[in-house]
Design a protein around this ligand. Structure first.
Ligand SMILES: Cc1cc2nc3c(=O)[nH]c(=O)nc-3n(C[C@H](O)[C@H](O)[C@H](O)COP(=O)(O)O)c2cc1C
Length: 318
């Protein structure tokens, strides 16, 4: 069991936010799976994302468990996810048996605030709904005309301020950040330097806390091309994931883990949990992620190929 903010995650395996965590049936199957410790939704927004089938799609490689996708965010609005989650948790035999983490994104502070408020309104409906966290997606590489904000991390300060305010008002709110794959050392330092500004001042024992409970590393690596995708397709380029991303994702997890190890307990970041995502397509890959420093591992591509059976495979049951 790993404690992430106020959420208890057991087993330490989750689906990564993805297109296969889009609708009620998919979320229910994830909730019912005994092999995951939390359900992550696909990234949603207040208004829903305009999806069109010729631009937004996914393809799998034939020679390895690798995917390439050009999806943006979910076409379903946040309000739809809230009502699905409310109905799943209301019907559960043992409410609170598995946390939900709602992936969201926004680029403006006021929209971010409204998004958090809508989620908090569900959480306040009673103890059955308390175990709902928020993951802020900073890293979708497929949004036309927009740099994934995780690649210009200091620009996120106004939005992180909104998250920090929400956490100060309610410490039971679990917040995570979905980060893009980074490729040089200064990028990891920039993330931690920015987050450190939001830590509380150290208490008498010298311990500080940070509003952000976890980082999820990594999202897909953008602008990749698989030659199996039709080049005449409106958008043959997309985010690469699965086996082809694994080495870079391991390097990201390892880099953050080493930096966090060196943090002082007064910095507030010492206990930042890492969810390792990227090419977790087997029990061996999950073991490598944990060895690199992940406390929890997540998977999207194998889940897309196999459905919830993926989590049995990663757990070593096959
Ligand atoms: C089809 C597809 C859709 C995805 N959609 C999202 C999303 O909505 N939000 C998000 O944070 N990540 C999204 N991702 C990225 C995954 O969460 C994950 O970071 C990435 O695929 C690497 O994990 P994997 O190697 O297990 O696939 C998506 C990935 C795929 C393949």
């Amino acid at each position: 069991m790993v404690q992430v903010g106020s959420l208890h995650i057991s087993p330490e395996l989750v689906n990564a936010s993805c297109a296969w965590a889009s609708d009620l049936g998919q979320l229910q199957a994830l909730f019912d799976s005994p092999d995951t410790g939390a359900v992550l939704t696909r990234t949603s927004t207040l208004e829903g994302f305009q999806e069109d089938a010729s631009s937004h799609t996914v393809a799998f490689a034939s020679s390895s468990t690798t995917s390439l996708n050009s999806y943006g965010y979910s076409p379903h609005k946040l309000s739809q996810y809230l009502s699905w989650i409310e109905s799943i948790l209301s019907a559960a035999a043992t409410p609170k048996s598995k946390p939900f983490i709602i992936s969201i994104t926004a680029s403006q502070p006021d929209v971010t605030r409204s998004t958090i408020d809508a989620i908090q309104a569900l959480r306040s409906k009673g103890p059955a709904f308390a175990d709902i966290g928020i993951e802020f997606n900073t890293s979708c590489p497929n949004i036309r005309g927009s740099t994934p904000p995780g690649y210009a991390f200091t620009n996120l300060v106004p939005l992180l301020t909104v998250f920090a305010d929400a956490w100060r008002a309610d410490n039971s709110l679990t917040l995570g950040l979905k980060l893009p794959p980074y490729v040089h050392a200064a990028q990891f330092a920039e993330v931690l330097d920015t987050l450190r500004q939001f830590s509380t001042t150290a208490d008498v024992d010298g311990h500080a806390r940070n509003p952000i409970a976890y980082i999820a590393c990594t999202n897909t690596l953008g602008n990749a091309l698989l030659m199996i995708t039709r080049l005449r397709y409106r958008r043959p380029l997309g985010g690469i994931a699965g086996d082809a991303l694994h080495a870079l994702a391991l390097g990201n997890v390892y880099s953050f883990a080493r930096l966090l190890e060196a943090e002082d307990s007064a910095s507030g970041l010492k206990n930042l949990v890492i969810i390792g995502i990227g090419g977790v397509t087997s029990a061996e890959a999950a073991a490598r992620m944990r060895k690199a420093g992940a406390s929890i591992v997540g998977s999207a591509t194998l889940f897309g190929k196999e459905g919830v059976r993926a989590f049995e495979i990663i757990s070593g049951k096959h």
